[in-house]
Design a protein around this ligand. Structure first.
Ligand code: AMP
Ligand code: MG
Length: 489
């Protein structure tokens, strides 16, 4: 395990030509203090966890001191924001310190989010607030706990500095770790400028680093696009299956590796509502929950378009046609597993649709209903139960249960074995807005970060029964249904 000054930096992105980034140091912030430290993320970069106890630890992760070996820079990109192309965005408040190569040979970008103004800040202040930093920190780790590809979070450091949003808030920096921060928009920026060379160079870079198996293929760029399509389709299926809404699926927030990242006004769906809009600023519902899969495709089409200088148009179009079948295959598989099925087939989709419809009609909590589906008993005389009684239309449930029961005949094992399988894919705990909000309120009001740490521990094991944490599995209290989450962060 390494001390802070021994981290094994190998900054490959920094070695790309200057056109891809802008070199600069973080802007210092006064009176910094550690809010939370995530030991499991520290392992990824071989960081000795006792380093978090150093008096100067916070200074390194708020940008007041530089880690030896880092080569700070902000990345350039463009993006389609809510459907409109913005020709230049870039890291307006994030600074990539560099990449750490760990003892397994894996590379982890280490990035400070909220580290000050950059050449890409436009009208922004380069800062992030404590509130949104806590949300990103908890959610990225919650997603990891759920087994969904995501950026990770090492720590949050706060500062006394004031930041102006709808109200005055305090500044914070969240340190993100990710195998890559290259986005769809990282390619779009050069396509717009009609600069073909950097497109090929960036594609070569990403392929060599992340898809080495295809680097010698004559059609490597097409294969690369196919990889991104497959991964994005799989990611969308995972979001839909778990009930996660990202909130700002702009192409600058779409990872080239199919990871969830750039957490803003995200939300886990609580009461099942396919039209759920988690982002208060998304008036048209462009990024509503049930729109996500098709937006994934729309965004991939933007990427494919940007890659046309290096891929034939017809081939790119053909590749995009794989998205929908790939998405449905993954989604059906995941939903089948949520029903406890082991050999999921296409036909099983016909079990899912009516179940979701009944959940909508009964306004049930998506997460909790699936968890309680594990209680389903194969014995056909089960006509009143904790599960059945949640549905308003019991007759509809009984009819569905008969079909489900018939399907279960071709599944092996006992009720208990099926429940055990289901409990591994139907989480008990998700990050509800009310939970994040309680942790934020305590942090803001009293500088008490214990709730952040408590949630971090809870959400790292979302499938396990944690009896002393039972309250966190309850649907949101009434006040929390009105917590407004917007793009302001
Ligand atoms: P987002 O959709 O939140 O990922 O951000 C879109 C763009 O706005 C990115 O280029 C961000 O770097 C930039 N941005 C967001 N907030 C700020 C801020 N407070 N200061 C500077 N740039 C920002
Ligand atoms: Mg972003």
């Amino acid at each position: 395990m390494k001390k802070l000054d021994q981290l094994n930096f190998d900054n490959t992105f920094s070695r790309l030509p200057d056109i891809f980034h802008s070199r600069l140091n973080p802007t210092p912030l006064p009176h910094s203090y550690l809010v939370s430290f995530n030991a499991s993320a520290a392992e990824l970069i071989n960081l000795d966890v006792t380093e978090a106890e150093r008096a100067d630890f916070a200074d390194y992760f708020i940008g007041n001191r530089l880690l030896p070996g880092s080569e700070p820079l902000s990345m350039l990109y463009a993006g389609h924001q809510f459907g409109s192309f913005v020709s230049q965005l870039g890291d307006g408040r994030a600074i990539l310190l560099g990449e750490i190569k760990n003892s397994n040979g894996e590379y982890w970008d280490i990035q400070l989010k909220g580290a000050g103004i950059t050449p890409f800040s436009r009208n922004g202040d380069g800062r992030a607030v404590l509130r949104s930093s806590i949300r990103e920190y908890l959610c990225s780790e919650a997603m990891h706990g759920l087994g969904i590809p995501t950026s990770r979070a090492l720590c949050i450091v706060g500062s006394d500095a004031e930041v102006y949003r709808e109200t005055i808030e305090s500044a914070a920096v969240v340190t993100r770790l990710s195998p890559s921060h290259v986005r769809f928009g990282s390619f779009e920026v050069f396509a717009y400028r009609d600069q073909h060379e950097p497109i090929a160079l960036l594609a070569d870079y990403v392929i060599a680093k992340h898809f080495p198996d295809i680097s010698d293929a004559p059609d490597k760029y097409l294969r690369f696009l196919n990889e991104v399509i497959t991964r994005t389709a799989s990611l969308m299926a995972q979001w839909q299956a778990v009930g996660f809404a990202h909130g700002v699926m702009n192409t600058d927030n779409m990872s080239i590796l199919g990871l969830t990242f750039d957490y803003g006004p995200f939300g886990f769906m609580e009461t099942y509502d396919p039209g759920f809009i988690c982002n208060h600023s998304d008036h048209g519902g462009r990024y509503a929950f049930d729109q996500q899969p098709q937006i994934g495709l729309w965004n991939l089409a933007c990427l494919a378009q940007a890659l046309t200088p290096i891929i034939a148009v017809e081939e790119a179009q053909e590749a995009l046609e794989n998205y929908e079948p790939t998405y449905f295959e993954h989604y059906t598989e995941l939903m089948g597993k949520k029903l406890g099925l082991t050999n999921v087939t296409k036909e099983d989709a016909s079990l899912v649709t009516p179940l979701l419809e009944m959940m909508r009609a009964s306004q049930l909590d998506y997460t909790n209903l699936f968890r309680s589906l594990g209680l389903f008993k194969f014995a056909p005389d089960e006509r009143s139960s904790e599960l059945r009684d949640q549905f308003v239309d019991r007759a509809a449930f009984d009819a569905w249960a008969d079909v489900y029961r018939t399907r279960l005949q071709s599944e092996p094992g006992t009720d208990e074995e099926r429940k055990a399988r289901m409990d591994k894919v139907n989480p008990k705990y998700i990050l509800r807005n009310s939970m994040a909000q309680s942790a934020i309120a305590l942090a803001e009001r009293e500088r008490d970060f214990s709730e952040v740490d408590r949630l971090l521990a809870l959400l790292s094991r979302p499938f396990d029964e944690q009896p002393e944490m039972e309250d966190y599995a309850a649907p949101a209290p009434d006040w929390a249904r009105h917590v407004v989450v917007s793009c302001s962060s």
